[in-house]
Ligand binder design. Structure first.
Ligand code: AMP
Length: 282
């Protein structure tokens, strides 16, 4: 596995590989890799000749009060597991190289970025879209893999690529969970032992909502209330950021379940803000 740290080198290497007729699949990450990330690398491996993984904690997607400085980091672990998973190139740029001091160009999908996570994280998706565009421009991947764990992010990236005619196929990959159902996330490292024992209830709550929907409950309000009650009972110290029923393609808020919908949640537990989602149907 090649480890490349400069923008010039990754650009030149990917250009050369494309000249040789190789296809490239990109997996953008912020590091502290777990099985969820590795499943994306596995998918990328199936899709293309060359797998590029980027490992970059993107400062522009964090607000000043968020966890940029505390974000977990283990470069050696990441290098080992990416190599074992069949990565060809690990790209680890410096923030100072990615962003000029007077950087002032942004890519935004405001309609989709103002709901769900965008309410509490108003600049987050602008940072994500901008860094992903920069990675696309450096690497020119044929495929780029994103996890359904970050459902809003995946939807926004798809829309950005459609709207800007970016020549890349966005591949959504299933959410990978711990055995007890907790969605894998680098931020799970923030949980204390006691919190960790309780957080699988987020998934359990969502499964109960799916069951309620199957039994005929169609009101988003009722489902929301049910989730709030369930979390209050089972993770008393948790605070729900949102629990929303949305259209699976355009994230529009739905009051009534018609056919299928996604229920997306963000829940604060201790220092962590945990995301999860479920596709429900009648
Ligand atoms: P992150 O390093 O958290 O920015 O995530 C990098 C990529 O991995 C994103 O496309 C995430 O959606 C994806 N990802 C993170 N956790 C999971 C998971 N548990 N299952 C599937 N994909 C994931």
């Amino acid at each position: 596995m090649e480890i490349i740290t400069t923008l010039e080198a990754v650009k030149a290497r990917c250009k050369e590989l494309k000249k040789q007729g190789k296809t490239i699949a990109l997996v953008p990450t912020m590091g502290y890799l777990h099985e969820g990330h590795l499943s994306l690398i596995g998918k990328a491996r199936e899709l293309a000749d060359i797998v590029v993984v980027s490992r970059f904690v993107n400062p522009t997607q964090f607000a000043p009060n968020e966890d940029l400085d505390a974000y977990p980091n283990d470069p050696n672990h990441d290098r080992n597991v990416t190599e074992k998973a069949g990565t060809d190139i690990l790209f680890e740029p410096l923030a100072s190289a990615m962003y000029a001091e007077d950087h002032g160009t942004w890519v935004e999908v405001p309609e989709l970025a103002k709901v769900l996570c965008g309410v509490t994280r108003p600049i987050h998706f602008r940072g994500v879209c901008t860094v992903v565009t920069k990675l696309f421009n450096l690497i020119h991947p044929d495929f780029a893999c994103f996890g359904e764990k970050d459902y809003q992010q995946l939807t926004i990236i798809r829309r950005m690529v459609r709207d800007l005619n970016v020549d890349v196929e966005i591949v959504g990959c299933p959410l990978v969970r711990e055995e007890d159902g907790l969605a894998m996330s680098s931020r799970n490292a923030y949980l204390t032992k006691e919190e960790r024992a309780l957080v699988p209830h987020i998934r359990k709550g969502l499964l109960l909502l799916a069951e309620k929907a199957k039994q005929g409950e169609t009101s988003a309000k009722n489902l929301q209330n049910f989730f709030a009650e369930y979390i209050k009972e089972n993770i008393p110290a948790a605070r729900i950021d949102y629990c929303s029923m949305v259209d699976k393609d355009n994230l529009e808020s739905l009051e009534t379940l018609k056919d299928k919908a996604v229920i997306a949640v963000a829940v604060y537990v201790g220092k962590a803000r945990l995301l999860d989602n479920i596709l429900i149907s009648k």
